[in-house]
Design a protein around this ligand. Sequence first.
Ligand code: BGC
Length: 516
Amino acid sequence: MAGGAMVSSVGPNKSYSGGMTFYVFWAILVASCGGLIFGYDIGISGGVTSMQPFLMKFFPSVYEKEIGVQNTNQYCTFNSETLTLFTSSLYLAALVASFVASTVTRKFGRKISMILGGFLFLIGAVLNGIAFNVAMLYIGRVFLGVGVGFASQSVPLYLSEMAPCMYRGRLNVLFQLMITIGILIANLVNYGSDKIKAGWGWRLSLALAAVPALIVVLGASFLPDTPNYLIDSNKHKEAKAVLKRIRGTDDIDEEYNDISLASEASKLVNDPWKKILERKYRPHIIMAALLPGLQQLTGINVVMFYAPVLFKTLGFGNEASLASAVITGGVNVAATFVSVALVDRKGRRFLLIEGALQMFIFQVIVGSLIWAKFGTSGVAMVSQPYAIGVVFCICCFVAGFAWSWGPLAWLVPSEICPLEIRSAAQSITVAVNMLFTFIIAQIFPWLLCNAKFGLFYVFAFFTLVMASFVWYYLPETRGVPIEEMWSVWKEHKVWGKYIPDDVMETEKIGKPSEEV
Ligand code: BGC
């Protein structure tokens, strides 16, 4: 990770001085820990909701179904609205919080938003760890959700603004890498805490969320804010110093000027929410909303939240279910490294299309395997080789997601928008992601009970839609400087007509461009 003054060749018509420095790498690594809190929560809830002492205490009717007091087919064991609301309430809170975070991030900085996110998450972790009734459980989850909303709004922006553009893809993917590490750690914690005979393992699982929260709060306190935010809030001296330090060179004038021009344009905008409705931002807003929405329609969170539940449905024992969740979690982390390696070489489009097709194939196979065994009655015994086959296919599906739509549905929205709408657009991304996560979490147990194996075919259908969407509509953004993105939209055959001819010039001198 050498520092020093190398020239990064960027975009069709730009090159900035400076390369990757240890300092920027370190700052990005610390900031990306914001992904840990998100991931920890995703991984912990599925495991906790499959622990019997937890169910007995808070959701006795689900417990009774599970131990067979009530008769039910296996597809329907976990179909309880209160239980799913436990998982999904967090996402509603995160959705609302992401809009508040947009203003905080824009006005007070990316750093403050990250610290606030960590702090609120910490409160949620404590409340959940000591919960003695369902109300405390839910209030805790609202705090956790607000924390996740703030962190996922500010961290991807921070990463994209700090990174040298030629490494932006792989550095931004660190956010997703931390999400996956958070999920895996949570899976391991669940595996261990389930073994605590005294029945308080679930408390340990929930309370340990405080650890990643503390890492975020303490880590982010030592970070500089991004040059883009500093320039935007008239802290020019500090901005120059940060830019020199993160690029490892004194020759930062060109990049500094480009950010300043973008900031001038951005200052003319009083209300980014009104601005974002202008025609020239149509492509940005569509991508900011559709990429995270489609990401969730892959069905990934059925695996992430409910892997232990799903494996139990398949007839695995308690321990085997949690162990399988650890396996899928491990594959999720490992495959994200593939994205780190390829995203700036092969580009965003290649990964998104390949990943979608891979997910399609394995969703269809998983659906068919479950169909063949459980049919529609949902009653079956599965042999060990059969179960291993299902877990293997789920792993291939997870890998396809982990190197494509997982990281890129965060990366692309954070890099395509001009400064004046960047924070608002990122909130749309977070809000849509959370909304769809909420919907999927909420309806999965119901869908599993009613659509049965067909559920997997529904998700498979969406992955095909996703591959075609990227093929036709998403331009390649690899290596293009973030403040030069207009040229990418202008050259695109579908989106070009939305972008005024003079947009590049007018944006730079800060005049609103003519509408086409
Ligand atoms: C998604 C999460 C998902 C995770 C899995 C993230 O990009 O937004 O919903 O659980 O990836 O690794």
